[in-house]
Design a protein around this ligand. Structure first.
Ligand code: AMP
Length: 253
């Protein structure tokens, strides 16, 4: 079974975000970029499926600027066999990303598509769902377990989903879309020899035009603001003092 994994280039989660002085956007100048953490989990899951003999080929795909090839090389170092770069310097909204991914799905015909549940830059949490709808595939979102064989019907995947108050298990007919939650697995680090080998793995490029998708957006970004600074805390001498402050200052009692 071929597995397609969608990975997004985002600001590294360790970086403190800076907003441009004119508040027009987040400032990306000299900022360390990385693979979206939920996409790392998606790659890891695909690699584990290959190690189990369920997946035969892993294809990593990204939509983004030329520099996003860095994240594809990371996916290749982690175990993807080849990569597809849909190149665009435009800001691409989720629906256009989903349409582009659908174009790649049509070309590649994977048995399973794995995405992160959410990109940590825009927190959209919708690309996987949109892709499933466009490709007319079942979706197992917020997956904490992905199972094949072992009591799972042939031609199906069983996905355990993290939902409010518990876990839900669904069976999806293949091909299907899965989005990863935090507890699905713990991604490995790429080893130096694998990083070197990844440089030689195939990486093809596509354009949105070739896939017949317009990336023009119906949305314009009006303003970006940093969250309000948290006020410093204070140390109180007694419980009575705390109750007094909760009653008379915070007025929550
Ligand atoms: P979002 O819906 O934007 O929160 O993103 C959810 C997931 O969709 C990500 O974790 C990726 O797997 C995928 N995705 C979103 N944007 C892109 C992109 N530009 N290129 C490739 N995959 C993407």
């Amino acid at each position: 079974m071929k597995v397609l994994v969608a990975v997004k280039r985002v600001i590294d989660y360790n970086v403190k975000i800076r907003v441009k002085p004119d508040h027009s956007d987040v400032d990306l100048t000299n900022v360390k970029m990385a693979m979206n953490p939920f996409c790392e989990i998606a790659v890891e899951e695909a690699v584990r499926l290959k190690e189990k003999g369920v997946a035969t080929e892993i294809v990593a795909v990204t939509v983004g600027p030329k520099a996003a090839q860095e994240q594809l090389r990371t996916a290749l170092a982690l175990g993807a066999d080849r990569a597809i770069h849909v190149e665009t310097e435009e800001r691409v909204e989720s629906l256009a990303v989903a349409k582009l991914l659908k174009g790649v799905v049509d070309e590649e015909q994977p048995g399973l598509v794995i995405l992160g549940k959410q990109a940590i830059d825009t927190d959209n949490n919708q690309t996987g769902q949109m892709l499933a709808a466009l490709a007319n595939m079942g979706q197992g979102t917020f997956a904490s377990e992905v199972a094949f064989g072992d009591g799972v019907e042939e031609g199906e995947v069983r996905v355990t989903r993290e939902i409010d108050g518990g876990l839900q298990t669904v069976a999806l007919k293949l091909p299907a879309v899965v989005t990863t939650d935090l507890r699905l697995n713990e991604p490995r680090y790429a080893k130096l020899p694998d990083i070197m080998k990844a440089k030689k793995k195939p990486l093809d490029t596509r354009t949105p035009e070739a896939l017949g998708v317009s990336v023009a957006s119906g949305l314009s970004l009006l303003k970006v603001e940093t969250p309000a600074e948290r006020k410093g805390g204070i140390k109180l001498g007694s419980v009575d003092e705390l109750i007094d402050k909760l009653k008379n200052e915070a007025k929550v009692l």
